[in-house]
Every structure is written in structure tokens, then in C-alpha cells.
Design a protein around this ligand. Structure first.
Ligand code: FA5
Length: 336
């Protein structure tokens, strides 16, 4: 047994010199100190020995074990130090360029619109995308069966079993419901814009999506007039398109929640045609009354523009669907 212990030690000394990495070190540890090692075989044979032999051989076996452990420990420290060194960063190597993300063009345009209106003392508020029929239509002077509902092809939300019989929900077809929600809770004077996503159940083409963005505007107070609207909206467009000489046309139009209603067209430097950019008008008396205002004391204007359409005009984008198809070759062109 003593011989065996000696052999273990010498063969360990030869083997260990060859351990070049932590993996080989681990194999070595298992071979010499593991449960199936020769050393543990010697240990397990001890019970067959006399008490005297046990003391003597036990002592020697223990010494060998301590020796193996100490050498292995030193070896591991050395290998780890070497490994750590190998992982150090070589600062002289050429760097790998990191690619940072950037804002989607629609977000940029929305931010720009907000910036201009904030500078004119408007506040930004937002509303829910799933709306009730009441806010999207009825409260906006568009009762059920009113032919004007045809103007907004609607995605209706299927009522759940718990909501059966409750008023119908829908995906808002415009940001105008927020006019009502805001007026119900606030007292004029105020001026707000409402950015947001809207949905329409219609066929898509180069200028129509089923999901797009609008920017609503609402200003209410004593003596707010169409002339105020004209001034504010002209200031906005001149700044947005950076074109102080652009031309404007205010055409009569119809939306049930405004009276009179107008459609705004613009013609920028270099444009050959008039471009339609928004619907607007003076808030209808019925709408003011329905939210508890006295239309003889406060008046207001409201407008709604298509954020996507403005982005298309600003960046000369021929097809609205580019915004939504996730093609990075398109999106990446809008890196600042
Ligand atoms: C409205 O949605 C009214 N709520 C606007 C309004 C607000 C009028 C306040 C008066 C007072 P209209 O359906 O025209 O109106 O839509 C407004 C704008 O949204 C359009 O001028 C257009 O720029 C954009 N738009 C409409 N349909 C689509 C579509 N399918 N895809 C992309 N943009 C659209």
C-alpha cells in the first residue's frame, strides 16, 4: 500500500506538468482525487488493516492527499491567472461599430408637430384607442343611422360575454372623440392637440391605410373665431414645411361636429397642385351644449389632420404603406 501511494505521487507529478488549461486540470483532479481514483481505493482498503497499520498508512495517505490538493490548487490559480489575461481587452485592436436605433419617421413628424403647437401654448393630451360608440359618434353629433357614419368605416369590437347588452365598443376612427372627453372635464379657455392612432375598415392603397395617425386640435374660449384658426394653422404649416410663402385655401366642407366646416388645402413653393391637408371647423353648438357649455359664451375651433399624409408630403414618400411594412431599408433613411 505504501508503494501504491508512492506510485500515485510520481505519476501525478508527471501528469500534472502537462495540464495546459482548466479543462485538463479538472480531468486531473478527477483522476487523482475523484471517487474512483487510486487514492480513494487505498483509503477504502484501510478498513481491512490492523489498528497500527491503519495509523501509519492512514497518515501517509493523508499526506499524499494534502500534497495533491495543494499542487492542484496552485496549478488552478496559475491557469486562472493565465485565462484572465487571455480575456483582457486589447485596446489597440480596431473597434466594432455599434449600430444605434433611431426614431421612426412618423414619430419624428409627430414630435415636430407637437413642438410647434407647444410653442403656441397648446397642451398635448391623449385618449383611448378602443372607444365607445358614444364618444366616437353620438357625442360628436353623429347619431346612429346618420348618413355621415358612412364617412368612417368602422372596426367594431365584438362584445364579450360579460359586456353583452352594454354600449358597443369600436376602434376609434378618428381622434375627435378626445374633444368630448376633454371638454367634459375641463373649463375653457384651453387649447389642446391630441396625437394618436386611428383605424378604418377600408381598402388600402398608396394614400390609405387601415391603421394610421391623426393629430386633433381643439381651442375653446370666449370669442375664439375662425380667424384665430386661420392664423394658427397658417403659422403651423409655414413652420412645419419651412416655407413662409406657402399659399392656403379654406374650402367649405361638412363634418357633423363642426359648423361651418372647412377643408384646408396648401400649395408650397414648387407644388403644381393644391394639396388637401386637414378637416376643420367651428365646434358645433350641439356639441358644446352636450358637454355643458353655453355656446353663447364660449366658442371654439377644431381640426384633424393626417400625420402620415403630412410625413409623406414632408419627405416626398409616394406610398403610405412604407411606414408600416417594417422594411429597414426604408426606415434607416430617416436616421438623423
Ligand atoms: C376626420 O377624421 C375628422 N375627425 C377631422 C376633423 C376634426 C374635422 C375636427 C373637423 C374638426 P377625415 O376623415 O377627413 O376627417 O380624416 C382626417 C385626415 O386623416 C385626412 O385629411 C387624411 O389626412 C387622414 N386620413 C383619412 N383617412 C386616411 C387613411 N385611410 N389613411 C391615411 N390617412 C387618412
Amino acid at each position: 500500500m505504501l508503494d501504491k501511494l508512492k506510485t500515485i505521487k510520481t505519476s501525478f507529478q508527471q501528469d500534472i506538468a502537462a495540464a495546459a488549461d482548466l479543462e485538463q486540470w479538472e480531468a486531473m483532479r478527477v483522476k487523482y482525487l475523484g471517487r474512483k481514483s487510486q487514492l480513494s481505493e487505498v483509503m477504502s482498503m484501510m478498513k481491512t488493516l490492523s489498528a497500527e497499520q491503519k495509523r501509519d498508512i492512514g497518515k501517509q495517505a493523508n499526506e499524499v492527499r494534502l500534497y495533491l490538493e495543494a499542487v492542484l490548487e496552485d496549478m488552478r490559480n496559475a491557469l486562472e491567472a493565465k485565462g484572465a489575461h487571455a480575456n483582457q481587452i486589447d485596446v489597440t485592436r480596431p473597434g466594432v461599430k455599434t449600430t444605434a436605433g433611431h426614431l421612426h419617421p412618423l414619430t419624428r413628424v409627430e414630435d415636430e408637430i407637437k413642438r410647434i403647437f407647444l410653442s403656441m401654448n397648446f397642451s398635448v393630451v391623449e385618449g383611448p384607442e378602443v372607444e365607445t360608440e358614444h364618444y366616437n359618434f353620438d357625442a360628436l353629433n353623429i347619431p346612429a343611422n346618420h348618413p355621415a357614419r358612412e364617412m368612417w368605416d368602422t372596426f367594431w369590437v365584438k362584445p364579450g360575454s360579460k359586456t353583452a347588452g352594454a354600449p358597443r365598443n369600436l376602434l376609434r376612427t378618428h381622434t375627435s372623440p378626445m374633444q368630448i372627453r376633454y371638454m367634459e372635464k375641463h373649463t375653457p379657455p384651453f387649447q389642446i392637440i391630441v396625437p394618436g392612432r386611428v383605424f378604418r375598415y377600408e381598402a388600402t392603397d398608396a394614400s390609405h391605410e387601415i391603421n394610421f395617425y391623426q393629430m386633433e386640435g381643439l381651442m375653446v374660449g370666449p370669442d375664439v373665431s375662425l380667424a384665430n384658426f386661420k392664423y394658427i394653422i397658417e403659422e403651423f404649416f409655414k413652420e412645419f414645411f419651412n416655407d413662409p410663402d406657402m399659399q392656403f385655401r379654406f374650402r367649405p366642407s361638412y363634418f357633423p361636429f363642426v359648423e361651418p366646416g372647412v377643408e384646408v388645402d396648401i400649395k408650397r413653393k414648387g407644388d403644381s397642385k393644391w394639396l388637401e391637408v386637414m378637416g376643420a371647423g367651428m365646434v358645433h353648438r350641439n356639441v358644446l351644449k352636450a358637454v355643458g357649455y353655453d355656446p353663447n359664451i364660449v366658442q371654439g375651433f377644431a381640426f384633424g389632420m393626417g400625420t402620415d399624409r403630412l410625413a409623406m408630403l414632408k419627405y416626398k414618400i409616394p406610398d403610405i404603406r412604407f411606414f408600416y411594412n417594417g422594411d429597414l431599408r426604408f426606415i434607416k433613411q430617416f436616421k438623423k
